[in-house]
Design a protein around this ligand. Structure first.
Ligand code: SAM
Length: 275
């Protein structure tokens, strides 16, 4: 008998995956966690039935949310990741030679525990000595750390439940204060195809706080609509003007130095959201 997993993307559309095996399913204090093995995308982490990451396409998200801000900053030493318990963003951060410390602030320690067990390709850098793991709410952590990080990355679940407060103006003000004088912030900010109002609100909220605010895009097959936005706020450096060509090379599958500035070129319906 074939087993199929269906993730609804909007009320009237869903994405369906053929499942080989369910590796783990457990209720955590924060969410319903599952890791399943699928025919098309390999092992997949789901939280509350929503796909978070898969072995076959995780590189797009993790490379883009990391290398765009880290190569825009001339010398990033200390980076904070809020969420990101699968470890993919930490793995990409630690590819940068200037990094001295990467802090992961994840609210749900069971996500880390199960990803270490079942998704070692993604979570492999969580045991690196440069990675410091803090279990707790990112909102509180950011509030309690001022002028400390060169880059803050919000690698969160969608804007509901524990992650709701990670989207919006008051949190972006706190991030501004958590960053050093030339710091950069980036967040995953949903799909403009299905959720234009969310993308616009996040962009407008970030723009009210950061002197330089830009939206960039990436193609991620397992995220709703396959077309995902990231919002970047910067105190000093413009990601489109960063001289990435002269920088060190990275081992990547999606990010390239030419793609760096190209990812900020937006289709009209998305560009309109930034006006
Ligand atoms: N790449 C993913 C995506 O866009 O679907 C995000 C993956 S990562 C697993 C998201 C993590 O954010 C989850 O493990 C969740 O527990 C964590 N999270 C949600 N709200 C949080 C908060 N307020 N503070 C810290 N971590 C949070």
């Amino acid at each position: 008998m074939d087993m199929w997993l269906s993730e609804s993307q909007i009320k009237d559309a869903a994405m369906t995956y053929k499942v080989k095996e369910t590796l783990v399913r457990r209720k955590t204090p924060f969410q319903d966690l599952a890791i399943v093995d699928t025919e098309a995308f390999g092992r997949m982490l789901l939280l509350d039935g929503i796909v978070q990451t898969t072995i076959n396409d995780e590189y797009v998200y993790h490379e883009m949310i990391t290398h765009i801000p880290l190569l825009t900053h001339p010398n990033p030493k200390k980076v904070l990741v809020v969420g990101g318990g699968d470890g993919g963003t930490i793995r990409e951060i630690l590819k940068h030679p200037s990094i001295e410390k990467a802090v992961l602030c994840e609210i749900d320690e069971i996500v880390i525990e199960e990803c270490k067990k079942y998704l070692p390709e993604i979570s492999c850098a969580l045991t690196d000595p440069k990675c410091e793991i803090f279990i707790g709410d990112g909102i509180k952590y950011v509030h309690e750390h001022k002028n400390e990080f060169d880059v803050v990355i919000i690698d969160s679940t969608d804007p509901f439940g524990a992650a709701e407060g990670l989207f919006g103006g008051s949190f972006y003000k706190e991030i501004y204060e958590c960053l050093t004088d030339d710091g950069i912030f980036v967040a995953q900010t949903e799909t403009p195809f299905y959720l234009p109002e969310v993308v616009k609100k996040v962009y407008d909220d970030a723009k009210a706080v950061f002197p330089i605010t830009k939206l960039f895009m990436a193609g991620i097959p397992t995220y709703p609509s396959g077309y995902w936005s990231f919002t970047l706020g910067s105190k000093k450096y413009d990601p489109e003007k960063a001289n990435v060509i002269d920088k060190y090379d990275l081992d990547t599958k999606y990010y390239t130095k030419r793609l760096h500035s190209a990812s900020f070129v937006l289709p009209k319906f998305i560009e309109d959201l930034t006006k």
